[in-house]
Design a protein around this ligand. Structure first.
Ligand code: ATP
Length: 559
């Protein structure tokens, strides 16, 4: 996507240097920003930094200094806002998400050719597209905003900030943003990934070998290690969020529920995250002071799922999920109940204790996998391995070793969405040949993991949702959605003094496509990550940004 995005090799080198020297995140970002400056010069200044718009490029030394979070940046100063709008960003985005787009300029929609819709998320549609400048195939994630509501823009903004902080071969890389000054939508540009792990695992013709499972798991844990070292919790690790390209490289994707966290200054976070089948017991029990263990529990579920060939704990409700967990992993010890003081402990504490039976249940798994699965599926999160420790587990040091990603088979398209389409198609075919009534019974679609918010359709959320629907129907923007909540997850600084103009209803951006007309190029501008990544996403938050609200937002749009 143009040289502004830097060469992958240099990015990896930065990452390697960081882990070798155990440097602070800020320093690394300063280096990344230097790379960007060099690239920018090499590009003849075509892709300017957004904050160069006024002609004043800050010297490198100053940029390096700004690698520390500046709490005062929570509200972009008026001049930054003006510069961002001049650079082509819509005012509503700059006002609410100024920090997330800082240093970048938007890419033009008509420089992409939309090819296909490839995915539908809770709050987004994902398209396959061709970057007409580079010829590269990309994924464009169109973020749905609920009437440009400030809160939904904030959530998307947090996702962008998190994605910009991360830079690792096993984490999806945000390559740019597409919008224009008059647009009311936003597209996130990613490298196109042909598969996801849920789709591959559900494919009837694919049975992973042990070296292949090790290869995927190693990549998953490496990506998680990077997220956690960067103080990011993913909070929705599941197969459909683990994308895989045709070279066998796995990348953690969908940071829509992710959050910044500070292990030394814990803030309460919402427990209403993580897709039900992969949700750890502490979240089901209402914990709000959790940490990296939540992602590692999900990773444990995935490892066992890959080896078993099916999801290991497919609960339909939270109660059933917890029951499945206790049956497999044993119910918590008295000590744990006392120590953890979990909010739902009194409701969910079983009458009689369950004995742990992980080893018996998975007795056919490769023996070296069991210690890893045992520790990741520990009921007490403090007993779970970190990603770094898990990477040193005997699972990876025992033969047969993980295969190289490049040696993995080249699979046909196999996203979770393809599995869904396959199910629907075979249902249709059988219905056509046999008559509908008995077919409907026989060909029930494959059960799918229920995303967190769906599994949390509790009274308050429903009330909020209903309020929001009538609120949206009335086209009123005076009330904020979602309602205040208690997620103190470390977000990013956001100003509160700006409001989106309720009368502002700009047109959507259009893409070049065989079916669509071209927009007026004069109103759209180029973009890409040009800025000083060191200045983004590091500030600590007092604002109650949020998983909970995000979960409710996701839930609402999924209906
Ligand atoms: N880079 C990519 N390349 C190819 N396909 C992608 C890419 N990113 C996302 N997709 C597809 O789009 C789907 C939805 O994307 P994503 O999970 O990011 O959106 P979401 O709205 O947060 O979804 P969810 O409701 O599942 O959390 C993915 O499951 C995947 O199949």
């Amino acid at each position: 996507m143009g040289c502004v995005f830097g060469k992958e090799a240099s990015t990896r080198r930065v990452e390697r240097e960081r882990s070798e020297r155990n440097e602070g995140v800020g320093e690394v970002r300063a280096k990344v920003s230097n790379r960007e400056v060099i690239d920018e010069v090499g590009n003849g200044g075509v892709n300017r930094r957004a904050d160069d718009v006024g002609g004043a490029v800050r010297p490198r030394t100053e940029r390096r200094r700004s690698s520390r979070p500046n709490p005062r940046l929570s509200n972009p100063p008026r001049n930054v806002h003006g510069e961002q709008v001049a650079a082509g960003w819509p005012a509503w985005l700059s006002e609410v998400a100024g920090e997330a787009i800082r240093g970048w300029i938007p890419r033009r929609a008509d420089s992409f050719e939309k090819l296909d819709k490839i995915g539908q998320g809770t709050y987004s549609n994902v398209y396959k597209a061709r970057d007409t400048l580079t010829g590269q195939i990309v994924a464009l994630k169109k973020v749905r905003f609920d009437n440009l509501e400030r809160e939904s823009v904030k959530f998307m903004s947090r996702e962008i900030l998190i994605l910009r902080r991360l830079d690792h071969p096993n984490v999806v890389k945000l390559e740019g943003l597409v919008t224009s000054r008059m647009s009311c939508s936003l597209y996130l540009v990613f490298q196109y990934m042909e598969h996801d792990l849920a789709g591959l695992a559900a494919s009837p013709n694919i049975k992973f070998t042990e070296p292949q499972v090790k290869c995927y798991v190693h990549q998953l844990l490496s990506g998680l290690e990077h997220c956690h070292n960067s103080n990011v919790l993913h909070r929705d690790i599941k197969g459909s969020n683990l994308l895989i390209d045709n070279d066998g490289v796995l990348k953690i994707a969908d940071f829509g529920l992710a959050s910044f966290f500070d292990p030394n200054h814990k803030q309460p976070m919402t427990s209403r995250v993580v897709t039900l089948w992969y949700r750890p017991p502490e979240l089901l029990l209402g914990a709000t002071d959790y940490g990296v263990g939540v992602d590692l529990w999900s990773a444990g579920c995935i490892i066992a799922e890959l080896l078993a060939g099916k999801p290991i704990m497919p609960g339909r409700t939270e109660v059933e999920q917890l029951h499945k967990i206790f049956k497999l992993c044993g119910s918590p010890s008295e000590d744990y109940w006392k120590k953890s003081k979990l909010p739902h402990a009194t409701i969910f504490k079983p009458q009689q204790a369950y004995k742990r039976c992980v080893a018996e249940t998975f007795k056919d798994f490769p023996p070296s996998s069991l210690p890893l699965i045992e520790t990741l599926l520990a009921i007490d999160p403090t007993e779970r391995l970190t990603a770094t420790a898990a990477l040193r587990s005997e699972f990876f040091t025992t033969k047969p070793y993980a295969c190289d990603p490049s040696s993995l088979p080249k699979y046909p398209p196999s996203k979770e969405i393809d599995a869904k389409l396959r199910d629907e198609e075979s249902r249709r075919m059988r219905a056509a040949s046999k008559g509908t009534t008995d077919v409907v019974k026989k060909s029930r679609p494959r059960a799918r993991a229920v995303p967190a918010p769906e599994a949390n359709a509790e009274l308050q959320a429903n009330l909020d949702r209903r309020r929001l629907i009538s609120h949206a129907n009335a086209k009123s923007k005076s009330e904020k959605f979602p309602p205040p909540h208690q997620d103190g997850a470390l977000g990013y600084p956001l100003g509160s003094s700006h409001h989106i103009d309720p009368g502002f209803d700009p047109p959507d951006v259009s893409f070049s496509s065989t079916h669509q007309s071209f927009p007026n190029p004069s109103i759209q501008t180029w973009s890409g990550p040009l800025g000083d990544a060191s200045t983004i996403g590091t500030s600590r938050k007092k604002k109650h940004l949020a998983g909970e609200a995000r979960a409710q937002s996701k839930s609402r749009s999924k209906r």
